[in-house]
Write a protein that binds this ligand. Structure first.
Ligand code: G1P
Length: 275
């Protein structure tokens, strides 16, 4: 069973400035819940109750969010407002939160490597909280954890995207095994649309085997001059096996303003429960 999930949450969130000047982008709310809490709830549902946060400067609000607020508890306890704390109390009851700071922003691969000290030598999940994934049934990480039990190798979540958008993503090509499961032979980070091997884009959910850390250490900077997880996964795919999984559920790109607004409307209309 996979017990740990890594959350790279050190990024700047420039697309949401000035909102993100002194507030972490992961704390922006989709209606009444911060983006990162959705990801944490998905991990906990999948049994990954140790949430390892790779944070950075200016991200203390995230650490505080996943801790008790003594004054708030005192004030609200026994009143009709307790229901507003239900979801975060539940997360705090089930989850354990560990943290390390990423001092320099050298790419997603570097962020994952920074988390090695929290993960150790075991398979682990990764959630990029900008990608909000919502389902009626099992969450995406739960679906992937099930697949891991079958294949015992790294798994990336994928989704078809329009050709003109492939340059925003890591893109895979591979052999289709069965309903939405591919054995990856090729992966490219942010390809030009005319050079992309397919329109199957990586979405921010991964299960990684711990040999990825040594591979990242040997991976030179790639697209945008950053150490790319996709490049390390390409090496892993060549040496052994990486699977890609077209998950069930809906994904919102909350790293972009239109995706964020779309997610907000969706949650307000379908999930949020008004008083
Ligand atoms: C990262 C990954 C990319 C993936 C994307 C999903 O890119 O590097 O492979 O497709 O997340 O959201 P970023 O969005 O950080 O540029």
């Amino acid at each position: 069973m996979i017990k740990k999930c890594l959350f790279p949450v050190a990024g700047y969130g420039t697309r949401f400035l000035p909102a993100t000047k002194s507030m972490p982008k992961e704390m922006l709310p989709i209606v009444n819940k911060p983006l990162v809490q959705y990801g944490v709830e998905e991990a906990i549902e999948a049994g990954m109750t140790t949430c390892a946060l790779v944070t950075g400067r200016g991200k203390r609000a995230i650490a505080d969010h996943f801790d008790i607020s003594f004054e708030l508890e005192q004030q609200i306890s026994g009143t009709g407002k307790e229901k507003y704390l239900e979801s975060i109390r539940d997360v705090l009851e089930k989850g354990v939160f560990t943290m390390v700071r990423q001092r320099e922003m050298l790419g997603l691969g570097h962020a994952i490597l920074t988390g090695e000290v929290l993960v150790g030598n075991e398979p682990f999940g990764v959630v990029l909280s900008d990608d909000l994934c919502l389902n009626d049934g099992m969450g995406v990480l739960s679906q992937m954890a099930e697949l891991y039990n079958q294949f015992r190798c790294s798994i990336v979540a994928i989704q078809e995207v329009p050709r003109e958008d492939v340059h925003k993503y890591g893109v895979i090509a591979g052999e289709s095994l069965k309903d939405g499961i591919f054995r990856v032979d090729e992966m490219v980070e942010k390809p030009d649309p005319d050079k992309a091997p397919s329109n199957l884009a990586i979405i921010g959910r991964y299960i990684l085997t711990p040999d990825i850390f040594d591979i990242i250490r040997e991976t030179p900077p790639g697209a945008n001059g950053e150490v790319q997880l996709t490049d390390a996964l390409q090496t892993q795919a060549r040496k052994g096996c990486v699977m890609a999984y077209q998950f069930k559920g809906r994904r919102f790109d909350c790293g972009s303003v239109p995706g964020f607004v779309e997610a907000t409307n969706f949650v307000y209309e379908n999930i949020y429960q008004q008083d």
